[in-house]
Design a protein around this ligand. Sequence first.
Ligand code: DGL
Length: 260
Amino acid sequence: MIGVFDSGLGGLSVLAAIAHALPRADLAYLADTAHVPYGSKTDGFIRGRVLAIGRHLVARGCTTIVVACNTATAAAVQALRAELHGIPVVGVEPGVKPAAQESRTRRIAVLATESTARSERLARLIREHAQNVHVHIEPCPGWATRVETLHLDGAQFAAEVRAKLEPLLAAGADRLVLGCTHYSFLKPGLAAICAGRAELVDVAEAVARQAVRQAGAAAHGSARLTLLATVRPERLRAALPHLGLSRLAERAGPAQLAVV
Ligand code: DGL
């Protein structure tokens, strides 16, 4: 079984890509809804949650773990790999490399949580893969919560998003990196603002390809999806159709409470 987790709903964008790439795999998705959002928490807190959830998923029988959260990856993927010695752990990092390679204006922007925005891991990613490109890092507090509450549109939020993006676009950024898995679900609104000026860069499918490479025997199962949440699990399953993920709901039984 492949275990995928995030603070909440965001990692479902990665889960959907994995389910598409591995239609027979047994999957478990854990949303740490008791502690969402991670983006405003300390590194130490996030690390504690990541280690506890990783151990929990392995105890449930997962043989590959996907950290479907940029914030958790930046804060704790190394610690998790050390903890789960021998179990493949796939992380998510903002698509700085493809954005830098594809940018024609040599200006890109990374939209991320506050925690990812200040992380050393993102700074290193930029040093290694975007040396000759101007990279603007834009923290987007509140956006993940917006997705959690399924308030994906609405005039006030649209105006807030536009106010954030317009200066980046006016400065010439032609690639906007979605540096938080929750932001995949904001794509229609973001794309409408960027139309003809910039492309959005999402790494969900690249992460799924990496999960396929690491999955081994976990790629072959009976297509079961176990949904877990640390509080109010019923909301996780109910959210799927609102996020355009009804096909995932077909694979899942009722969501369960995970005591982690
Ligand atoms: N979805 C997560 C990420 O990719 C975290 C969002 C949050 O909990 O703040 O960064």
